[in-house]
Design a protein around this ligand. Sequence first.
Ligand code: SF4
Ligand code: SF4
Length: 738
Amino acid sequence: MVNINDYIIHPRQVADKSSKDSLCMAIKLALDVETDALRLNTQTFNTNRYKAVKKLDDYEKLKDRARLIKEKSIENLEQLILKLTLAVKARGGNVFLAETKDDAVNYIKNICISRKAKLVVKSKSITTEEIGLNSVLEKVGIEVAETDLAEFILQVSKEQPSHNVAPAIHRSRESISELFKKNFTTDKKLDTGEELTEFARDILRQKFLLADIGISGANLIAADEGAILLVESEGNIRLTTQLPAIHIAVAGIEKIIERKKDFGIFIELLAASGTGQPLTSYTNIIEPPTSFPIFNLNRRKDNQREFHLVLINNGRLNMRMDKDLKEALYCIRCSACMNSCANFQTVGGHAFGGECYVGGIGGAWTIGTTGDLEKARFAELCSSCCRCVPNCPVKIDIPRLNTAIKHRLLQAGKSFSLQKKFFGNFSKLVGYASIFPGISNWISSLDVSKNLMEKIVGVDKRRRLPKFIGQTLLKQYQSYRKNNPLKISSTGSTNGVVLFADVYTNYNNPMVGMATIKVFDKLGIPAILSKALSEGRAAQSQGLIEKAEKEAKIVAAYLENIIDNGKSIIVVEPSVLALFRYDYEKLINNDKLFEKLSMHSFDPIEFLNKMMHDEQLNLTGKIKLENIPENIFYHAHCQMKTIGAGSAAADFFRRIGIEVEESNVECCGMAGSFGYKKKYYEISKSIGNELIKQIKYSDSFKSSKIVIASGTSCREQITGEIDNPVYHPIEFLEILLK
Ligand code: SF4
Ligand code: SF4
């Protein structure tokens, strides 16, 4: 038997993550307790999302339209608020514009008190979390029943939500079963999902029937007709907004768009991006106060419906004035950025999140609504892998937002600046270390140096530091060219290429650079090497934005000359290619030059694949047939996928008859310097283990033992965990060529 009196409302416990230590504690706790359920649940959403968006023919156009609508709405907020107010009032509803969260909760509390409410049913709403509504109502003796199943679970467990769409995503079925058995008197088994749902539903149905007031959020509100869009999976929103006579809808002002007829675009995008459905199970468009009959008559004798729309500013208009935080106002809270984020999949919103806003987009919202920069420290968990970027239905540059937050933390002296200086000035450091590589490598391999590095700059001593190589790519190229002078091409119509000598390839990884030069020589494509320049990657990833911008402008001007001379730019390091094709848009702030750079920069295999596709390159007779394996395993770097070059290497090797098995993890967990940092070592390893498991269990690895991976950091993560070498795709091609 369910004993309804055992259903006690508890205040939620929110972990503080504003200091470095408390963030580390939250990460550790999440890794210990939550990772398995989180991974399974977020990855399922993510896989379903990929399938769902594939079915949308006009997905990219839909995203553009949604973005434009949101941009226009945010621009015209004041007019839209006026229009909306008139529309709602004309129907007999009330509108309250709350300047602060206190204004909002006081207004709602006063309505509840004046209507003598004892019980409020509530549907899921992050905005009510933001204003701390439940605890205020509870303090004046009003019971608040969360009616979304996940929110109900969290209310019982006293936890904060860990995800926008599925707030209890970190919990497994078994843990929920245990929680209910501990907190309720019942003789039910509560083993299956159905049993658990039925149990919660029995409790909640009675709450609905007894409730005086229903409080909902809003996915969007149309100013022209005062209509509210609410999408849901359980039907509880429908009951919340329609069973009690009084309905209060709470929404941030950023939820307002101009026209009801534009809801369709967002309905499609929300369903596909959030849960991977063509349409969410319940899609409600309501224009309250509605004229539906009132069921809870025992609570309202006058047979009148009452509606209040509480619109909340609480920092949003200031966010609009802030060139970085403004982006967050376009968010439609679909959660795609969380589900596609390897870091979020591993630690969830309890570590990668603030008091109520979580994930990559949560930092900007936390600052915007609390004004407290330190509360957004969790934004440092964003490794700038960019996997969320193509998956955001309103095209928010989430890593860029987080870089801006890291920059602000640094400027405010609230970030570990020595570590940032170390990684952000990597080019200078490796330059000095490479003068005496033997000594540098010897020193960096000593336990005492590793301990010092860990203590002083936070580099985890369990990581192998990249080797310093005396013969930089520049030196190797010069001596190679003495014996192998450049020949003019007979292959295709290319004017030749320039291999960009990025910092890492020049100092730490010249082998891949030389493999590229040699492959292009063998294929008769003239390839020369650029100057070695610091391209801004390291600085940007540490939030050193001015430094990144300065470096980017120098590199862009240098490469423009090369492109104007008819050459293409080849880049072996995926994160540098992603800079040229994506980040430079904002770093160099010159649209024409950015377009030129992004159109003429290629990964080496991507370039060759394109030539083969355009029938400008034919490999017949150029490959040692005895070297061709039946199959290989390939892991594409996260940023390669984001810039649309993720499958080029797989395509290329398939063209020459090799079966390619591809990894489906979003990121290897290293993400440049992220995996080297002590505080993120465990997350990085945990993510990496997913990839390694996939490799070890793959048919291709079992048969050929050949693994290729495009990113240096990806290869670092895999090397040592398997017995075989891991090749950059161009190194592997070099082995295949005669
Ligand atoms: S850039 Fe990567 S780490 Fe950052 S929020 Fe997006 S997916 Fe997560
Ligand atoms: S930032 Fe984009 S992907 Fe993330 S929740 Fe908002 S709309 Fe969805």
